[in-house]
Design a protein around this ligand. Structure first.
Ligand code: FAD
Length: 393
């Protein structure tokens, strides 16, 4: 698909409970003097994006070998020195390497193998997302700004209940719904039945935007997506993106945060391969705290949205529009004037301070809203994976 065929996104529009009021965050860029200017971006299907990334990596000299990492190779001093990989013919092979970069997403390969520190449940661990794609959805009518036809739209219902609408191409829109796990389990329906039955209750505006669900693929389910892994960098390894932390999909940060982490890690890995920074317990310690602080900024923003949505909307529009536009664009890193006055104000409202302990983690860690469950996540618990949920119905 040529670039001009991708839906052009000018921002994110969020509808409040009644579907009558909304607020909008535009896509924007900062120049080198930190001046903000309006911009746009593209909605790209994940499969297309991944293919582009893979082709680019290959063009730059990467050898691609497709297999499943089954076991890390760990030296006596605890450093990671490679992985065992299972190939598609069923054969396994040990691959020795100086650095393992764990990009295994929610599978959290190194955390589940207990190479990292523990994995904690996050604030949004009791929720489940249902999603599919539909044709026939009604988009905005404009070509730019908040009514641009291919903007992302979020529909807020009440705490922990919301829905998304993301145009994927000229015909198809990704639609999804998030709800507490307990609602789904109580209804004893299949994911598709539940999605179809509950979707329109999220927000009255949805009837207008999705007059009919003409689903063009199956209904997917992702449960328990909120977690945080301690000690995600160490001798011979770095976890990137969802392999160490995911908070909540509400504002679509995931891929951009992952990409930015990879960008920050790349020069460090190069230096490591050149033999630099080999001493000490954790050669990627600075990187770890840099990423951790950035995602803490996001977490404070997301938490305030859920805890005090009206205050949040006021901040977006009146007090800190530019700072929030930055956060929505993933300009969240300590080198990007963060934590901004907006994030500091959120912390005040949340009655939260961020102090980093000797292991570079903000305390408390894990679920603040379900303190009884601010617990360590055990791999292979009864509802640990999407497959188990799909099969459980
Ligand atoms: C419901 C929901 C909606 C979301 N919506 C958005 C959105 O609109 N926009 C957005 O930017 N983000 C969104 N996200 C977040 C986004 O999907 C993730 O943050 C992002 O995909 C993380 O990228 P990643 O590369 O870390 O992991 P992934 O994209 O999950 O990639 C991990 C890859 O590793 C592979 N893998 C796993 N284990 C192994 C192994 N042992 N060996 C080999 N390969 C392995 C997997 O097969 C997979 O291909 C959403 C998340 C959820 C839960």
């Amino acid at each position: 698909m040529a670039r001009r065929e991708y839906p052009v996104k000018h921002g994110v529009k969020v509808f409040g409970t009644t579907g009558e009021n909304s607020w909008f965050v535009p896509v924007s860029a900062r120049d080198k003097d930190w001046n903000l200017s309006l911009g746009h971006t593209w909605q790209v299907r994940r499969s297309n994006f991944d293919t582009m990334m893979l082709k680019e990596a290959e063009a730059r000299g990467t050898t691609i070998m497709r297999g499943t990492a089954t076991k890390p190779l760990v030296a006596d001093d605890g450093s990671v020195r490679g992985v065992t990989v299972r190939w598609s013919d069923g054969k396994s092979e040990d691959i020795e390497t100086q650095v393992v970069i764990d990009c295994s997403g929610q599978a959290t390969f190194l955390a589940n193998q207990r190479v990292t520190g523990p994995k904690y449940l996050g604030n949004y661990d009791k929720q489940v997302a249902f999603f599919s794609q539909t044709t026939g959805a009604v988009r905005g009518s404009g070509t730019s700004g908040e009514d641009a036809k291919d903007n992302t739209v979020i529909f807020y219902a009440k705490k922990f209940h919301w829905s998304w609408f993301i145009p994927l191409d000229k015909d198809v829109v990704s639609i999804g719904m998030v709800t507490p796990n307990a609602n789904f389990l109580a209804k004893k329906q299949t994911p598709e039945e539940f999605f179809r039955n509950e979707y329109y209750d999220i927000n009255p505006k949805l009837r207008e935007c999705v007059p009919q669900m003409n689903l063009v693929e199956k209904v997917h389910v992702i449960p328990n997506y909120s977690y945080q892994v301690r000690g995600f960098c160490g001798k011979g390894f770095i976890c990137i993106g969802d392999a160490h932390r995911f908070i909540d999909p509400i504002f679509s940060f995931g891929v951009s945060v992952t990409m930015r982490e990879a960008e920050f890690a790349a020069p460090l890995v190069r230096e490591y391969l050149e033999g630099k920074n080999r001493n000490g317990k954790n050669p990627f310690h600075e990187h770890q705290i840099f990423c951790e602080k950035a995602i803490d900024n996001l977490e404070d923003m997301i938490d305030l949205f859920w805890e005090q949505p009206f205050a949040f909307a006021t901040f977006v529009y009146h007090r800190y529009p530019d700072e929030l536009t930055d956060a929505f664009s993933s300009r969240i890193y300590p080198t990007e004037r963060q934590p901004s006055p907006a994030i500091l104000a959120f912390r005040k409202l949340l009655k939260r301070t961020r102090e980093y302990d000797k292991d570079d983690y903000s305390v408390p860690i894990g679920s603040r809203y379900h303190p009884e469950r601010a617990a360590i996540w055990e791999p292979n618990s009864p509802v640990d994976t999407t497959e188990q949920w799909m099969g459980a119905r």
